[in-house]
Design a protein. Structure first.
Length: 318
């Protein structure tokens, strides 16, 4: 293939959504992964319907037929203190690396031309070449996000002792629990770049996702007050089908009392009841306490994703 033609876009439409979807299907057929995270896809769909506050994409097309062969996207979905960028290429040969270099260089330049600012690059299952590519543009490694998996159902253990009849784990009540959950979750993740600082718009958007199931969103009540939760998500079309601990939190007032283990167990047991045989979650590689807890419950590492950060200068001021 001749050098691809690059197209810079600051708006999205249904046609781009369709093209990216087809590209991701091709990538998944070859590599077994989708190529873009849920956050990027959510931002793409939002931009195509006129929602969201930031969108920048660079598409690489085969000059012979215009087919999308690689794609990079910047948006501010999630942690608003950083814009996020991910890229995906369809090919797997040596040309893919050259194309990834060109694509990332282009999207960083365009981001700078639009005003620059803090930018976070996410790479799934990074290799040495990914570290090298990021470093060549001035990115530094920020953190590793570890995907852990376990076999369901978990081995039978003695039931964890709750603090008496005033402790209850029940399904989330849509339309009733949102504000109490936001308070507990944002307190638990006050310093977390993605899971903290949620608002009512964020949680209501998740409730509209096709995977949302309030029955699998288990909340902990202590003395009638929401004190923690374990929010699960089913990936029915993954190979193998998996049940994810999507978000788990305990209000800081109740840290150190074993509720994290109780809630994790409750979520995994619910997933097993749905017929799933593999449990999964993501955890910050530097969170040694959480890693120790999950490993003690039977989780082991499947793979690592990595984020890199850079403060891109405003090219308009050059």
């Amino acid at each position: 293939m001749d050098d691809p033609a690059l197209q810079v876009m600051t708006m999205a439409d249904s046609g781009l959504v369709d093209e990216v979807t087809l590209l991701l299907h091709r990538v998944k057929a070859v590599r077994g992964v989708s190529g873009l995270s849920e956050g990027r896809l959510r931002a793409l769909h939002g931009a195509s319907s006129g929602q969201g506050t930031q969108f920048l994409a660079v598409a690489a097309r085969d000059p012979s037929d215009g087919q999308l062969v690689a794609y990079a996207q910047v948006d501010d979905e999630g942690d608003r203190s950083y814009s996020n960028v991910e890229l995906v290429t369809a090919s797997t040969d040596a040309s893919a690396e050259r194309l990834a270099d060109v694509l990332l260089d282009s999207v960083v330049a365009e981001f700078g031309a639009a005003g620059g600012g803090p930018l976070r690059l996410w790479v799934a299952q990074p290799q040495t070449r990914d570290d090298r590519r990021a470093s060549s543009l001035g990115f530094t490694i920020e953190r590793d996000l570890v995907q852990l998996r376990c076999t369901l159902p978990l081995a039978a253990v003695s039931s964890a002792r709750m603090a008496g009849p005033e402790a209850t784990i029940r399904p989330f009540r849509v339309g009733e629990d949102e504000q109490a959950w936001l308070i507990a979750n944002n307190r638990a993740f006050a310093e977390h770049p993605e899971q903290g600082h949620w608002d009512i718009t964020t949680i209501e958007a998740r409730e509209r996702e096709p995977w949302f199931d309030a029955d699998g969103f288990r909340v902990l009540e202590l003395d009638g007050k929401l004190a923690g939760s374990c929010w699960t998500k089913i990936h029915a079309n993954s190979d193998p089908p998996m049940g994810e601990i999507y978000a788990i939190s305990v209000d800081p007032d109740h840290h150190g009392q074993g509720w994290g283990r109780v809630l994790t167990r409750a979520g995994l047991d619910w997933l097993a009841e749905q017929g799933l045989r593999t449990g999964m979650l993501y955890v910050d590689g530097a969170n040694t306490a959480a890693m120790s807890l999950y490993r003690s419950m039977g989780f082991s590492t499947d793979h690592v994703d990595r984020s890199y950060v850079i403060d891109v200068p405003d090219a308009r001021q050059a």
